[in-house]
Design a protein around this ligand. Structure first.
Ligand SMILES: *Cc1c(COP(=O)(O)O)cnc(C)c1O
Length: 261
């Protein structure tokens, strides 16, 4: 590479870092405003920046901007990316890695090596696979403690095989399963707003209210399961109003992604 093309590359990197700074700032302002509108303290909210489809370089820029939590959705993409970030980041600044996409049971062992949290736990077989995988990872010295998980609830009323989630009426039983695992720790509940609610204030409000009620029931028997992981680029205000503690925000910070297969 010539000196000239190298300097172009670094100018591009710098422009990208500035863009990320501005879009992150804008997302944080939206969060602050939504918190003050609902009388909540923004300190009670964790912003998970969803970096799926974007390179490790962006994650490193986000770390420089103070991001402490990143979200990824596919093991084959996340695994090498997390490794690259790890090699170039001071361990104290290494972001926590949240797996937020549908997890195949055969990927459990790989994910248990590097994920801090799995948000999308929605079936008993996956609970068993992740528990076993986390146990093996601890035994091999690949992770230091239990794997935090949230239980994904389906707000679509079925018909969403790609998005996943346990039906609301089965959530308590699955929560009990998770709570019985030696190497998993049930932290709370996660959901994605129904596809047909996008842009519809009333539908989003009632979907997240239903989620909050489901969460209350689970907290009643699992008091440590306080996390409510809800809210994305298009609906974070509604999620905050309903009590979300963890937002998963991608496109308004990193830019739009190619359409999902
Ligand atoms: C991609 C993804 C997000 C982020 O969505 P944006 O609309 O880009 O903010 C959040 N949650 C899940 C489960 C995702 O797959």
């Amino acid at each position: 590479m010539s000196d000239q093309s190298q300097s172009h590359a670094s100018q591009d990197d710098q422009a990208r870092a500035l863009q990320l700074r501005d879009s992150l700032h804008h997302a944080r302002s939206r969060i602050d405003r939504a918190c003050s509108d609902s009388g909540r303290d923004a300190a009670g909210i964790t912003l998970i920046v969803v970096t799926k489809f974007f390179p490790a370089r962006d994650v490193l820029s986000l770390v420089d901007l103070g991001v402490r939590d990143i979200g990824e959705s596919r093991d084959q993409e996340a695994r090498p990316k997390v490794e690259q970030v790890g090699l170039r980041t001071d361990p104290e600044r290494m972001p926590r890695v949240h797996m937020i996409g549908q997890v195949q049971t055969k990927k459990a062992r790989s994910i248990a090596r590097y994920a801090d949290v799995v948000h999308s736990v929605d079936r008993a077989r996956l609970v068993t696979a992740l528990d076993r995988a986390a146990g093996a990872a601890i035994e091999q010295g690949e992770r230091s403690g239990r794997l935090d998980v949230t239980l994904q609830v389906d707000l679509d009323g079925g018909d969403n095989e790609r998005r996943g989630g346990v039906p609301v009426q089965d959530a308590s039983a699955l929560a009990d399963d998770i709570a019985g695992c030696e190497f998993l720790r049930l932290r709370g509940v996660m959901a994605i707003a129904p596809a047909q609610a996008a842009g519809d204030d009333v539908a989003l409000g009632s979907a997240f209210e239903a989620l909050a009620r489901c969460h209350e029931l689970i907290v009643a028997s699992h008091p440590a399961a306080t996390w409510l992981s809800a809210g994305m680029s298009g609906d974070l205000e509604h999620a905050i109003a309903a009590g979300a503690t963890h937002l998963r925000v991608g496109s308004v910070i990193l830019g739009s992604r190619p359409p999902q297969r």
